[in-house]
Design a protein around this ligand. Structure first.
Ligand code: PLP
Length: 410
């Protein structure tokens, strides 16, 4: 109306209306989450008024230590840990690197690492790096459902194994791993155990005492806190060698001036994650199942990647025969829908997901797979929007696909 009154012709207004992006349907919560309004509200004073350095001797800075400690207590409560066992970091990747680095440097005689073939690249790349330094690394296989066989783990632990690192939930398929049983085996053999639990807050009840691990990693931007803050749990009395050396922050366990606002955000998000557990396991699970069943029923040549249970309540990974996921994602994007493929885009080449390949999927199936991951803000109308658009998108792509992939589909 305002544009019309200032003389912009009506046809231009029509075009502008037409050009408005469709409302966003976000099904990529495993990639990142928005900052929850409650989290932003808690953080803002620490970006505006209370911007001091917590290490300063004067009150303006030093009083921030109390706010950080309150956030630490909230983050500890999320995983049933003690506040002194929490080290704030910059992201999940740093937490994972720091845990593995500490395990290797505090067990100097041990030169072997045991992990899985389906970990996040932050674990895989660190392990490949230490391999080049002369460590031996075993990447455990998974079965076609993406599950891990505990019995084989036991046989792979060696006298010189320093650390076992296995994720609690896979970011691409949502499949859960039996970490508490694994940690019990590690304890009985005197081996350190780390778990990458980045995908689990607000979806699973995380209890470090029940899990029995020595280290656990989390990331702020997966739980409605901002990017740039992470958490490493270090079990009380576990030897720890800092990864970042510098000032004495985090009780000497992580040098670097604290990301105060980020830490406050993490604390508030931890409270929300606890209170959202029920919603994730009821409402979000129902939406995920509606999406998954809707796609599998409406579109021929589709199949779920990974076992259905035990699995995160928000994640569904679906293979579409005869199409490339990138095509689906592009056309979904035009309809205002965000999802992702597990593929990493490296120097222009689309690599099929290492997780799906490790599960025995053929490269063509892996390249035609899309991950839908839901979160606290998804509504049923968004799932309906996806189910309205996706069948036509896949049909269109299949009709235009080269003849070989059409044959692969049949
Ligand atoms: N581990 C898992 C399972 C993840 O999904 C991710 C991020 O996608 C990470 C680790 C790395 O976390 P960050 O992005 O905070 O470094």
């Amino acid at each position: 109306m305002f544009l019309y009154r200032i003389g912009v012709p009506e046809w231009t207004i029509g075009i502008l209306r037409f050009m408005q992006p469709p409302p966003l349907c976000y099904f990529d919560a495993n990639a990142t989450t928005r900052i929850a309004p409650e989290v932003l509200e808690a953080m803002l004073p620490f970006l505006t008024e209370h911007w001091g350095n917590p290490s300063s001797a004067y009150a303006f800075g030093h009083t921030l230590v109390r706010a950080i400690d309150e956030a630490r207590a909230k983050a500890a409560a999320l995983i049933h840990a003690e506040p002194r066992e929490i080290v704030f970091t910059s992201c999940g990747t740093e937490s994972i690197n720091a845990a593995l680095h500490s395990a290797l440097t505090t067990c100097p005689g041990k030169r072997h690492v045991l992990t899985t073939a389906v970990e996040h690249s932050s674990t895989i790349k660190f392990c490949q790096f230490v391999q080049k330094q002369g460590y031996e690394v075993t990447f455990l296989p998974v079965d076609t459902d993406g599950a891990l066989d505990l019995r084989q783990i036991e046989t792979f632990i060696r006298l010189d194994t320093a650390v076992v690192s296995v994720m609690l939930a896979n970011n691409e398929t949502g499949v859960l791993f039996p970490v508490s049983e694994l940690a019990a085996i590690c304890r009985s053999k005197g081996v350190l155990c780390h778990t990458d639990a980045v995908q689990t807050p607000g979806k699973l009840n995380i209890d470090v005492k029940q899990l029995g691990v020595d280290f656990l990693s989390l990331s702020g931007h997966k739980l409605y806190a901002p990017k740039g803050v992470g958490l490493l749990y270090v079990k009380h009395q576990t030897k720890f060698q800092p990864y970042l050396l510098g000032g004495g922050q985090e009780r000497g366990r992580r040098g670097g001036t604290e990301n105060v606002a980020g830490i406050i955000g993490f604390g508030r998000a931890s409270e929300l994650a606890l209170s959202n557990l029920a919603d994730a396991n009821t409402r979000v699970r129902v939406l995920r199942d509606k999406l998954e069943n809707g796609v599998l029923q409406a579109i021929p040549g589709t199949v779920r990647n990974g076992g259905s249970e035990p699995r995160l309540p928000n994640t569904s990974n679906i293979a579409f025969a005869g199409v490339e996921a990138e095509g689906i994602l592009m056309l979904l994007d035009q309809a205002g829908i965000c999802a992702s493929s597990g593929s990493a885009c490296t120097t222009g080449a689309l690599d099929p997901s290492h997780v799906l390949l490790a599960m025995g999927c053929r490269p063509a199936r892996a390249r035609g797979s899309v991950r839908f991951s839901l979160g606290s803000y998804n509504k049923e109308s968004e799932v309906d929007h996806l189910l309205k658009h996706l069948p036509a998108i896949v049909e269109k792509l299949r009709a235009n696909a080269p003849i070989e992939s059409q044959m692969a589909q049949s």
